[in-house]
Ligand binder design. Structure first.
Ligand SMILES: Cc1ncc(COP(=O)(O)O)c(C=O)c1O
Length: 267
């Protein structure tokens, strides 16, 4: 499963090759990646199936709900059946062919979504323009850096704008303190995810009840790069910020510069 986190497509060349080599289906989690593309191809249309989320925080939202994309008739029928109580489009309404559930979004939500879809491209372009501008401003600030670019990422959906902070370039002011200072300047920066294996849900005591997960012990898992990035470097800004104007990007850069120039006060 390729999770296009933040709206930045995964390395689909590598994942397609791994899936092909091992005879695996490749599923794209495009929940955060509406409109993103890899080498000119929109995500959700590259693997065997793609999943989109329209939950409240997403780039296009109906409050809740989602969509699955596929060019396989077989997968389309299976997904339709799974979310329609195991019914079949070709069968009787009150016949249930597989064990499914009611995972339908309501028609009220769909009506809202259809209107939102008309604006999807316009908002997508606006986020990209603002994010590109902010990237160019961040390059001049020394203590932070935009993420490395990959020319195969032809469109980033900027559900999240992630940049790196380098504490060692600012008197080792911890990331949490730096974020606090940015928030005091009115910039709603966020520390982002923690490593999954450190989520309380994956602790030994939380997994005890589970028939097979209880055999895992995530306390022994260590991913040093993930930990460094999560604990010390990665900072997030959410997508709605990028529906603002170029002056709002300048505000963000101005706040970072101000914190940088006065970092001794944070020690
Ligand atoms: C990467 C990713 N996958 C899956 C989901 C789940 O989507 P939903 O909340 O619509 O079930 C989300 C967000 O909610 C997400 O960000």
């Amino acid at each position: 499963m390729a999770v296009h986190i933040a709206g930045r497509p995964c390395d689909m060349d590598a994942l397609t090759e791994i899936a092909r080599r091992h005879g695996l289906a490749l599923i794209e989690d495009a929940a955060q990646a509406h409109g993103a593309s890899w080498k000119g191809r929109r995500v959700g249309a590259i693997g065997d199936a793609g999943g989109f989320s329209f939950q409240a925080s997403k780039n296009i939202t109906a409050g809740e709900g989602g969509a699955v994309t596929t060019d396989s008739d077989e997968i389309a029928e299976k997904v339709w059946s799974l979310h329609n109580c195991g019914r079949s489009r070709a069968g009787e309404w009150y016949a249930h062919y597989i064990i499914g559930g009611n995972h339908r979004m309501t028609e009220w939500q769909a009506a809202i979504l259809l209107v939102q879809l008309q604006r999807a491209d316009e908002l997508h372009k606006k986020r990209q323009q603002n994010a590109n501008y902010l990237n160019s401003l961040l390059r001049e600030l020394e203590i932070v850096e935009p993420l490395k670019e990959d020319e195969r990422v032809t469109e980033h959906a900027y559900h999240l704008f992630i940049f790196r902070y380098f504490p060692e370039r600012m008197g080792n002011v911890p990331k949490s303190r730096f974020i606090e200072a940015l928030r005091a300047e009115g910039i709603p920066a966020s520390p982002g995810y923690k490593p999954l294996y450190r989520e309380p849900a994956f602790s030994k005591s939380s997994l005890d009840w589970h028939p097979y997960a209880r055999h895992y012990d995530y306390s022994k898992v260590k991913c040093p790069v993930t930990e460094r990035v999560c604990d010390h470097e990665a900072i997030w800004l959410k997508q709605e910020i990028f529906l603002g104007e170029p002056e709002d990007m300048e505000d963000i850069a101005r706040a970072i510069r101000k914190v940088r120039d006065n970092y001794r006060e944070l020690l």
